[in-house]
Design a protein around this ligand. Sequence first.
Ligand code: I3P
Length: 109
Amino acid sequence: KKGYVMRKCCTDPNGKKTPFGRRGWKMFYCTLRDLVLYLHKDEHGFRRSQMSDNLHNAIRIHHALATKATDYTKKQHVFRLQTADQAEYLFQTSDSKELCSWVETINFV
Ligand code: I3P
């Protein structure tokens, strides 16, 4: 699965709150492959540099959980991703269909 999403970091992989200044929403071209969510700057970055593009922006989703972020009311079509290493992110998708598709894909791969 692939597509554009907005991402907000809430909790860093150590379980500590992401510091102010790094908590903003940012757009990425997101691809899911082999239990890793790769966040590319855009489609071009995805095609050109494949896996080497922003390796630190890769999120391992083995034992991760995606849920609709019904408690987050500032934006629509947002899901929360909690990873095995205790990081937490919010992802905004384009519509409710995309939201369900991302959540199901992440949880059932
Ligand atoms: C954050 C940015 C986010 C905001 C977050 C801010 O600032 O304005 O949009 O989250 O609030 O800290 P920065 O870019 O300097 O990190 P919301 O859009 O959800 O309000 P937060 O600290 O309450 O998460």
